[in-house]
Design a protein around this ligand. Structure first.
Ligand code: GLN
Ligand code: ZN
Length: 774
């Protein structure tokens, strides 16, 4: 019999019950018992679904109040000393690690591999000790056992856990919590070699595995996704010792890898003393050959065959083509699973009452994916006729999708085919454009601007919510937003900023706003996935060829421009970011979809220019996070991603100024690609890294203009004039002043008007001081 299992299930609940329970616990209007009760009910439900779908084991250990990596910090008693907590954490202390407290800033947060999920980064010191606090896993194990399930606990493997942590020295640390909306992790490199910590970490794992054996566990899934990265050889070599040590302590181990190929380690992995290996055959199907050909006769191979990262219904016939020979070869040693944990997809498609039935029939969320596994199992064990009906339904949906006129737009295809070699190039080189733009814009030295959004006040949110519910009419809403624009423009004029923005009051979210107006996009009602902690996002679904039926921002921008003599910056989201923050169609390469989005944005750029807008910003905060996990794959990505950006930006005349904005501080390894965007001006985050990242730009001799953020918008602190003059002088030492702009690190939508007003006032004062010195 084929065994089916999942590497993990979304924990938030089909209705985001966990979010609501956690947040109400934080607000102190719910007791810890109530929170624990919700958590326990969610786990029961998720195990029950796994069982109902016919999974052979249910997965335990994928639950977390906040984050699974934080759970391991609790489990192995390695909270940073600076919190002063001791090895056994209360739930309250657990949350303090995640959110900070009066004395300590929170653990840093960063992206879990190439997903949009953020984990809390463990902090390791040379003297970090680990002390097992097993109840963080065993309580849940006992719950599942008491509910009568066959259980498979899941752990993050020691190699990955260490790799994901940050080695902290005594060096200065930036006291800021990370904000996941737009900003990546700080750049600080590891202060010491973490690998020797294994000697202290492994005994804690051994002890845990022994306790699991004592609790009746036969097999443990141990996740080592770090193996898909470019690891230093010493880390790879450590595998043998790690797994020899862990195997000696009891339960069988299923080593699981995902998000990429591990065939470069095939020989070593086949020989490890583990019971089996899980491979991601969705991301890296080609790696199978390296393993299947010589797979040891006593080992399980878990085929990650259902896409755990996307929301499309699987092509079951194609899965069976891969699986049937494997099944003949491996017999009962073939296991089936989603490619990775289902954490990255929404919970249950059945709730989507408003999605049209056709589109809905093309999709599968976590719960539906469990059923797909079950169909595959039955097809392999009992023969395809046993699941004739299910296969038929799946085939029909797939055929309908492939043929649907909603997906294929011949005009878009023709346009993509017709892209000429010059279409992703501006008419002239940068120097020529710079002259033309200076003549047209006539800006002072060190021009001041902002990144786009102004505070999204309660009034704005309420108006939008009322409009969406139909309680506020279209023209009333329009007027309310115009009033906001008017306010933002008059504030900026009073402050004396040079290039103004309209403030983005009409936008809920920088991707959703555009997705809602582009053809080829759909929106779900409950398609939430966890982003970090209690925060969830609902990514749009790109199901078909993308085009822009009508202008999306022109009227608002034109209105804003009509209120001022100063240049009004048009504000758009770039193709790579729209792609990166959506569920993307799987029937064509991502690069192709990016090209289509780029053409749609290009239309908007051209229309803005025709409407008299002289400065247009195309935001690409997700440009860097699209980078593949393996460096060898970077050039190809950077090539098509930069090209998509240029395609969106290059339809304009020389004297129209294109800006881009990226808010993270890791640039140096991709600077040539950033330069290849050929934006006239780039604004970036730098205040938190104290302008240090500019060194890279200086050395590289970044040719175009640059606005290094002079204040951290993530902090409620209002920066003083002197802080900003200091940063500006530092910037001017690296970048010639005639190419410098002055702006905050990112958009201001999360701040209040009072702080924004003072902060920008200080920014303008600092700029004026610097201008005197020029
Ligand atoms: N223009 C956007 C804003 O100001 C940019 C947001 C971002 O970089 N994430 O809000
Ligand atoms: Zn930003």
């Amino acid at each position: 019999m084929t065994t089916i299992h999942t590497l993990g299930f979304p924990r938030i609940g089909a209705q985001r019950e966990l979010k609501h329970a956690v947040e109400s616990y934080w607000r102190v209007d719910q007791s810890i018992d109530a929170l624990k009760q919700t958590a326990s009910a969610l786990r029961s439900q998720h195990w029950q679904w796994q069982r109902e779908a016919g999974l052979d084991v249910v997965t335990v250990g994928d639950f977390a109040f906040y984050d699974q990596v934080l759970n391991h910090i609790a489990l192995f008693g390695c909270a940073p000393k600076r919190f002063g907590f001791g090895p056994r954490l209360s739930v309250d202390q657990y949350f303090q690690l995640a959110r900070g407290n009066a004395d300590q800033f929170a653990l840093e947060m960063t992206k879990w591999f190439d997903t949009n999920y953020h984990y809390l980064v463990p902090e390791f010191h040379a003297d970090t000790h680990f002390e097992l606090d097993s109840h963080w896993l065993l309580d849940e194990l006992k719950q599942a056992q008491a509910e009568g399930h066959r259980v498979k606990p899941v752990l993050i493997g020691p190699l990955t856990f260490l790799w994901l942590g940050k080695a902290k020295g005594h060096a200065h640390q930036h006291q800021h919590a990370q904000h996941a909306d737009c900003c990546g992790a700080p750049t600080q490199a590891d202060a010491f070699d973490k690998l020797p910590l294994l000697a202290r970490l492994l005994p804690a794992y051994v002890q845990l595995l022994q306790e699991l054996t004592a609790a009746g566990v036969e097999l443990v899934q141990i996740d080592e996704p770090a193996l898909v990265l470019d690891l230093p050889q010493a880390w790879v070599d450590a595998l043998d010792h790690i797994y020899a040590t862990l195997r000696a302590s009891g339960p069988k181990l299923l080593l699981s890898t995902y998000f990429g190929a591990v065939d470069n380690h095939a020989a070593r992995l086949s020989k490890l003393p583990v019971a089996g290996l899980h491979l991601d055959l969705v991301r890296a199907p080609e790696q199978l050959a390296a393993f299947a050909d010589n797979w040891p006769a006593d080992k399980i191979l878990s085929a990650g065959i259902i896409d755990g990262r996307n929301i499309w219904r699987a092509d079951l016939d194609r899965c069976l083509e891969t699986l049937s020979p494997l099944r003949r070869q491996l017999g009962d040693r073939l296991w089936l699973a989603p490619s990775c944990s289902l954490l990255h997809v929404p919970v249950d498609l059945a709730q989507e009452g408003k999605l049209d039935p056709e589109l809905k029939s093309w999709l599968a969320f976590a719960k539906q994916k469990l059923n797909e596994l079950s169909v595959l199992k039955r097809a392999l064990d009992l023969g395809r006729t046993a699941v004739h009906q299910e296969l038929q339904t799946s085939r029909a949906a797939l055929d309908a999708r492939a043929a649907s006129p909603r997906i294929h737009n011949p005009a878009v295809a023709a346009r993509v085919d017709g892209i000429g070699a010059q279409d992703d190039r501006r008419q002239s080189g940068y120097t020529t454009r710079q002259l033309a733009q200076r003549e047209r814009l006539n800006l002072p030295p060190l021009p001041t601007t902002t990144i786009g959004s102004f505070p999204q006040t309660d009034t704005i949110r309420r108006a939008r919510a009322a409009f969406k519910r139909g309680e506020l009419g279209g023209s009333e809403y329009h007027q309310a937003m115009q009033a906001e624009i008017q306010h933002a423009v008059s504030r900026q004029e009073a402050l004396g900023l040079d290039v103004l923005v309209h403030g983005e009051a009409e936008r809920n979210d920088m991707v959703e706003y555009f997705g809602e107006q582009l053809a080829g996009f759909a929106f779900t009602q409950y398609g939430w996935v966890q982003s970090y902690g209690s925060r969830c996002v609902k990514p749009p679904v790109i199901f078909g060829d993308v085009s822009r039926p009508t202008p999306m921002t022109v009227a608002w921008t034109q209105y804003a421009q009509s209120l001022t003599q100063r240049p009004m910056k048009g504000m758009l989201t770039g193709p790579v970011t729209i792609l990166q923050w959506s569920f993307v169609r799987d029937d064509q390469p991502r690069s192709q979809t990016a090209t289509q989005i780029a053409l749609a944005i290009r239309d908007e750029v051209v229309d803005l220019e025709a409407a008299g807008i002289a400065v247009i910003q195309i935001d690409e905060p997700a440009f860097r996070e699209g980078l593949p996990l393996k460096r060898a794959d970077w050039p190809q990505y950077l090539d098509w991603a930069a090209r998509a950006f240029r395609l969106s930006a290059s339809g304009v005349r020389d004297n129209t100024q294109i800006h881009t904005h990226m808010c993270y501080s890791e640039f140096n390894d991709i600077l040539p690609a950033i330069a290849a965007l050929d934006a006239d001006v780039i604004t970036i985050e730098t205040s938190r890294s104290d302008m240090e990242l500019l060194d890279g730009f200086g050395e590289f001799a970044y040719p175009n203009e640059i606005g290094p953020g002079v204040y951290d918008i993530h902090s409620p602190r209002i920066p003083k004039v002197e802080e900003m003059t200091r940063l500006l002088r530092k910037a001017a030492a690296v970048i010639p002043a005639e190419r410098l702009w002055v702006n905050p690190d990112c958009g201001l939508k999360t701040r209040g008007w009072a702080e924004v007003d003072t902060a920008l006032q200080n920014m303008v004062t600092a700029t004026n001081q610097l201008r005197q010195e020029l």
